[in-house]
Design a protein around this ligand. Structure first.
Ligand SMILES: O=c1ccn([C@@H]2O[C@H](COP(=O)(O)O)[C@@H](O)[C@H]2O)c(=O)[nH]1
Length: 620
């Protein structure tokens, strides 16, 4: 762990189930390679993960089993190690590459900017060579202008110890916000292509589908269905991400999909036993398929040293490896070079994204609406004009904890380079309708309006089934998508261990009061319910309450107390541009992109830092 990070807390643990083939999975790390300084459950850093994975590989070797490491993208944007350098990522790519990842794919965050697409093509792909898979992603080579695959389309390989034949794919969901030096091909089109159709006829011992795709999203359903059309029997392991949640879905009795959270909070674990190694028949090329008694198991490992020692049987002295220590040192050096611990001020209280009700005094969104935006959204030439300032909740990425607020925190809260734009002098009754449309959850049809689910935080984009209810499927409220697994049969997993302890509903901070649980009480943390059951988390926690947030929030700035203004400047964060004009049109305003101008200098991130320096001056 990094110097200054809180120590982990002892807690009741659940063991990992080993199989023939085992996986460690990270996703949506968003450059949190330092780990979490203030949260004991997640205070291990990338160097600790390297040590952990090396010990786990050794354990696999000792058992005559195999272990593969997977990463499903969104490695960048979200923490100072990436966002704090100019250009971005000058330390991040090298530190990340210290880990030996066996299969990796691209997330949407690698694609928002032409720069990060180039970096992926010229740095991460060469760093990981044949381990990098890009089944539906192409790169436009700037020298030739030619469209080339970002990496190989799929990978065929044999595992080290058991010699299992694997065919692996690496997908991205049907993302459309990518910069124009990349092309994301829709999954439904990709799976019709000859190379994919040939690959799924390979009859390996196992298919591994990794992807920056939510495990309940249509894209994975389509891939699963396409494989099963050709091959009803071969087991399939899916590794997903994007939605920042822990989740597992059983598509059929011979497949399992897991999603392993976000921000290096979670290291996903999947193991598979009973994989039948296929032998070629002597008389022809067809291979024998005989999958009987296949079993899958999953765990969500809290990323801290207590758990890593527990799962490896090691301790403070025996655990760190040379390579792990090296990566931790690289992180420490990068943090110093980037001045990430520079203190802008002291947060007087915790401010939560979803762990406090919105609106409310502990909500980060209410704080932004009531305190920050009215003060920072100012254009000197138009400061007398009343304005509405709109932010999408998805643009805010993390909580603020009471105590020092650092340069690193500015990036964990607001990593994007988004500035503010505006449409001038919009009649108030038109401008005031925009927020309602953006928060409408697509229940009304607005011509030209992109899906509003993209505006909110990832955890809310695709609501999950309510595992407390008996029903197997629910409507998700947006497009009437059926959730609760792809089949209607429910999970068919051979190894299911239910754990009904810890049902008490208690609100506790994940951070804990003083980082200890000496009184023997359970510590607050993830208490995941998924298709497999309630025993997924490796650490037994007390539950934490989470509250829903809207897609967007809005501050009224420069309004008189007595009456609403006749016209306002409609100010919004850059990211909202594709939504604003259609929403204004629907509200009765005949505006076009030509009416949009930059509103002021600076980004939300720089404005946040300025506000905190000016307003949180007390010592801590
Ligand atoms: O410039 C940006 C980029 C993204 N967002 C928000 O983030 C989500 C995507 O989050 P994932 O981590 O990829 O799941 C996007 O839908 C936006 O809500 C943003 O606000 N600004």
């Amino acid at each position: 762990a990094q110097p200054g990070a809180v120590k982990p807390v002892a807690a009741p643990m659940r063991d990992l189930t080993w199989g023939q083939l085992n996986f460690l999975h990270t996703t949506d790390t968003h450059a949190w390679l330092s780990g979490h300084f203030l949260e004991p459950s997640f205070s291990a850093d990338w160097g600790d993960y390297i040590s952990f994975s090396q010990h786990m590989r050794k354990l696999a070797d000792d058992k005559g089993a195999d272990l593969l490491l997977i990463d499903t993208g969104d490695r960048i944007e979200g923490s100072g190690i990436y966002d704090g350098s100019v250009p971005k990522g000058i330390y991040q790519y090298d530190i990340y590459a210290q880990q030996k990842v066996d299969l990796l794919s691209t997330g949407n965050h690698e694609l928002y900017k032409a720069y990060s697409i180039d970096m992926e093509h010229n740095t991460t792909v060469p760093n990981f060579k044949e381990n990098y898979i890009a089944s539906n992603l192409d790169y436009i080579d700037p020298k030739t202008g030619k469209r080339v695959p970002q990496a190989q389309r799929y990978r065929k390989f044999k595992t080290k110890n058991l010699g299992l034949n694997i065919v692996a794919f690496g997908f991205l969901f049907d993302f459309t916000g990518n910069a124009n030096n990349s092309i994301v091909q829709p999954v439904a089109d990709t799976i019709k292509e000859d190379w994919f159709q040939a690959a799924i006829k390979e009859k390996p011992d196992l298919f591994v589908v990794i992807g920056h795709v939510g495990v309940r999203m249509q894209e994975f359903k389509d891939i699963f269905t396409a494989i099963r059309k050709e091959d009803w029997d071969t087991p399939i392991a899916f590794f997903g991400g994007h939605l920042h949640i822990r989740d597992a879905v059983s598509y059929d009795s011979k497949s399992l999909a897991i999603a392993s959270g976000r921000y290096l909070e979670t290291i996903g674990w999947m193991s598979i036993d009973g994989i039948a190694k296929k032998q070629p028949k002597e008389d022809d090329d067809e291979q024998v398929a005989a999958q009987k008694g296949i079993s899958f198991s999953r765990k969500y490992i809290d990323n801290n040293l207590y758990g890593m020692y527990y799962h490896t049987g090691l301790n403070e002295t025996t655990f760190p490896t040379k390579e792990g220590r090296k990566a931790s040192q690289m992180i420490e050096d990068a943090r110093k070079a980037l001045d990430l611990d520079h203190r802008y001020g002291c947060a007087p209280r915790d401010l939560w994204m979803t762990r406090a009700p919105y609106p409310g005094k502990d909500s980060i969104y209410s704080w932004l609406e009531e305190e920050v935006l009215p003060s920072v959204v100012v254009n000197e030439d138009r400061k007398d004009k009343p304005r509405l300032a709109i932010l999408n909740t998805g643009g805010i990425r993390f909580d603020i904890f009471k105590g020092p607020f650092t340069r690193d925190d500015t990036f964990t809260v607001s990593p994007f380079n988004s500035g503010f734009r505006y449409v001038a002098d919009v009649p108030y009754e038109i401008a005031a309708k925009v927020i309602g449309i953006l928060n409408s959850q697509a229940k009304i049809f607005v011509h030209g309006l992109p899906n509003t689910r993209q505006l909110t935080i990832p955890q809310q984009m695709y609501p999950r089934p309510n595992f407390d209810e008996e029903t197997e499927t629910v409507e998700d409220g947006q497009d009437g998508v059926e959730l609760g697994g792809f089949g209607k049969e429910g999970p068919e997993i051979d190894e299911v261990v239910q754990d009904d302890e810890n049902e008490e509903e208690v609100r506790l901070e994940l951070r804990g009061d003083d980082g200890s649980s000496d009184n023997g009480e359970l510590f607050g943390g993830y208490t995941t319910k998924d298709d497999i059951g309630k025993d997924g988390d490796d650490t037994v926690h007390k539950p934490i309450d989470f509250y829903a947030v809207p897609n967007c929030i809005q501050a009224e700035v420069g309004f008189s107390a007595d009456e609403k203004p006749k016209a306002v400047d409609l100010v919004f964060i850059d990211f909202l541009l594709p939504w604003i004009i259609p929403a204004l049109k629907f509200s009765g305003g005949d505006y076009s992109a030509k009416d949009v101008e930059p509103y002021m200098e600076g980004t939300l991130t720089t404005k946040l830092a300025e506000w905190i320096s000016d307003n949180w001056k007390d010592e801590c």
